[in-house]
Design a protein around this ligand. Structure first.
Ligand code: ACM
Length: 392
């Protein structure tokens, strides 16, 4: 499971409480989304500015208020000793913690925290991210970008024992970098004039953002490899055709992307928003909390998710399917009760979808077993959504 701790900060206690349940329901990986436009949540000892400025938003801070707490400051970050504590707690329960540092998009908090390194004043490109930011993408033209990556990834690799590091790579907006004179006029480290020429030619063919994104991500991949880590990223990580096939793809927009990547030799984690994004609303009622851009996901829909249903059981692409993940993005998750409500009991349905063969799947049988689980969740004080209220 992935938990977004950037949009709203979640305490170490909340994370441990969740990890405890993940272990009970046989999840084996906790993907910790630590950085985003609206917050940088991981202490980096060599760059204290990242948390000094990037972990707080609100009045009189560098990051504008967002989502909630408009008149107050919203803040929080994890000290490295707290991260070690979470990793140890998870490991004792059979769970690996994979950190995510989201680049090159979703970097507004980092850019505002480290403008001397990360703000490219000569870049006149105009763009708007899906979340409407006009200033949230790292620049491939700046030395500071690569210094930032080196410094952050060194500490991340040292801190997290997991062999994978998630590098994000999602939602880089169209239009970014297309009017960046500094990029055009300089040689990137390791890039020849010829490859810059290729860049210009591609740009004329309308192919811009993806190949530049690929350049930053290839740099990150090589850095991570040197640190003994495998790079993993959201499905856009392979846009631009630059990263190696060793990169693991987390397909979130559709099953088609997963299929495409697997057929091209990438290993894949399935996390389709339509079935596994726990921030999606659970019912059609207007009062129901949650987002709906990927659809409405009642418990039954989460349970009935059939990973790669269209793929023959002996299709060799299946060998590239490493697992299934669910995710909670936290734009609307302002407190523990809301987190519980979005996660439970859908978490149990996804666990079963991920681990059981489709012929063993039985909705009514699941409901009967779920009924027996509820007193246990009650004992932990988990404020789950009643499975019966909306089952007509
Ligand atoms: C994503 O939902 N942007 C990975």
């Amino acid at each position: 499971m992935m938990l977004d701790c950037a949009r709203h900060f979640h305490s170490v206690d909340t994370i441990k409480r969740l990890i405890n349940q993940l272990a009970y329901f046989k999840f084996n990986t906790f993907h910790w989304h630590l950085t985003d436009d609206e917050g940088w949540r991981l202490e980096i000892k060599a760059l204290p500015e990242l948390t000094r400025y990037g972990s707080q938003r609100g009045p009189n801070t560098r990051l504008a208020p967002q989502f909630s707490h408009i008149a107050e400051r919203h803040e929080g970050y994890y000290r490295q000793e707290e991260v070690r504590d979470v990793i140890e707690y998870a490991a004792a329960r059979g769970i690996t913690v994979i950190p995510e540092i989201d680049i090159p998009g979703h970097c507004r908090a980092a850019i505002k925290a480290l403008p001397d390194w990360l703000h490219d004043a000569d870049d006149c490109s105009t763009y708007r991210s899906v979340q409407h930011y006009t200033d949230n993408v790292l620049s491939p033209a700046l030395d500071g970008t690569y210094r930032f990556l080196d410094t952050v990834l060194n500490e991340v690799a040292e801190l997290f024992p997991a062999s994978w590091v998630h590098i994000g790579a999602d939602e880089v907006p169209d239009g970014v970098w297309t009017d960046s004179p500094i990029y055009r006029d300089r040689r990137m480290s390791g890039e020849t004039t010829a490859s810059l020429q290729i860049y210009r030619d591609r740009r004329m063919n309308g192919e811009t953002t993806a190949s530049l994104q690929g350049q930053i991500l290839t740099y990150a991949e090589q850095k991570l490899r040197a640190l003994g880590k495998r790079m993993v990223g959201w499905e856009e990580v392979q846009h631009g055709d630059k990263v190696s096939k060793n990169t693991v793809i987390y397909s979130w927009q559709s099953e088609d992307a997963a299929l495409h990547c697997a057929q091209h030799g990438f290993d894949v984690i399935l996390t389709p928003g339509q079935a596994t994004y726990l921030d999606m609303v659970q019912d059609y009622a207007a009062t129901e909390p949650g987002l709906d851009w990927a659809g409405v996901t009642p418990l039954e829909k989460a349970y009935q998710y059939e990973p790669l249903a269209s793929l023959a059981s002996d299709d060799p692409a299946r060998e590239h399917m490493l697992g299934v993940q669910c995710a909670l993005w936290s734009e609307l998750i302002t407190n523990q009760d809301r987190l519980d409500y979005m996660v439970f009991p859908r978490l149990t349905a996804i666990a079963e979808a991920a681990w059981s063969h489709s012929e063993r799947r039985d909705w009514l049988d699941y409901l009967a077993r779920l009924k027996a689980q509820l007193p246990r969740l009650d004992k932990f004080g988990i404020q789950y959504r009643s499975p019966w209220a909306s089952n007509k």
